[in-house]
Design a protein around this ligand. Structure first.
Ligand SMILES: C[S@@+](CC[C@H](N)C(=O)[O-])C[C@H]1O[C@@H](n2cnc3c(N)ncnc32)[C@H](O)[C@@H]1O
Length: 213
């Protein structure tokens, strides 16, 4: 499918909005202990389309209903998932930087002007995803998207903390789509497809596809 109309909607929503400066402005007002993992980077509509349509991952979504982007920035993956993946009933974003969170709310409102039904599927939370309990029925995602920088002090610890949460809080069969880095426990989270490469503004990013056993 070409998704030309959906791309038009997406591009109109994000026209002239710069996530990097919105993130910078928000981080400059935050406690520096909170900001070390908050480096911004984003996926475009074309990259999302490649991930969903060309990787084969769509065939694994059978019966999976709830998409969640852990660190949803200005909501590009949320709007993209709503437009590209009609089978998702709920789409959740969690973003700690308040300016990015506010920007994503604006994007959802804009989507509502074109398609209220799609916009109503999206919920964005302003908070730290490490402090949420994903086993709660109000969250309970079964498709996770995660996208953080490859390097930086403590980034390995962030992945380990997330893996621990996934072990405890995600249902078996949940899919975890991880950009840049793969999860470290192949027994708990085997890769289910070959990784693919997408081009982000900051350079090439490898996308890894895992399933919780
Ligand atoms: C590389 S960006 C990815 C943005 C979006 N997922 C995308 O792909 O377009 C990572 C995002 O995660 C957010 N983030 C990092 N750690 C977080 C945490 N503990 N809780 C909530 N958001 C976090 C950052 O502020 C940033 O917006």
């Amino acid at each position: 499918m070409s998704f030309e109309k959906e791309k038009e909607v997406f591009d109109k929503i994000y026209q002239g909005i710069n996530g990097y400066s919105i993130s910078q402005r928000g981080r400059s007002t935050m406690d520096t202990t909170d900001t070390k993992f908050l480096i911004y980077g984003e996926v475009s509509f074309a990259e999302l389309l490649t991930i969903v349509e060309n990787s084969g991952i769509k065939n694994q979504f059978n019966g999976l209903t709830t998409f969640c982007d852990l660190g949803s920035g200005m909501g590009k993956s949320l709007i993209g998932a709503a437009l590209i993946c009609p089978y998702f009933k709920r789409i959740i974003g969690v973003e700690l930087v308040p300016t990015l969170y506010e920007s994503s709310l604006g994007s959802v409102q804009q989507l509502a002007q074109t398609n209220k039904k799609l916009a109503n599927k999206i919920k964005v939370i302003n908070g730290n995803f490490l402090k949420l309990n994903f086993s709660k029925p109000a969250l309970s995602p079964n498709v996770i998207f995660m996208h953080y920088p490859m390097h930086g002090t403590g980034v390995e610890e962030l992945y380990l903390q997330l893996e621990e949460k996934f072990r405890k809080e995600l249902k078996p069969g949940s899919i975890i789509i991880s950009a840049i880095r793969k999860l470290s426990s192949p027994e708990a989270f085997p890769e289910i497809l070959s990784p693919i490469c997408v081009q982000c503004k900051y350079g090439n990013a490898t996308i890894f596809f895992h399933k919780k056993v």
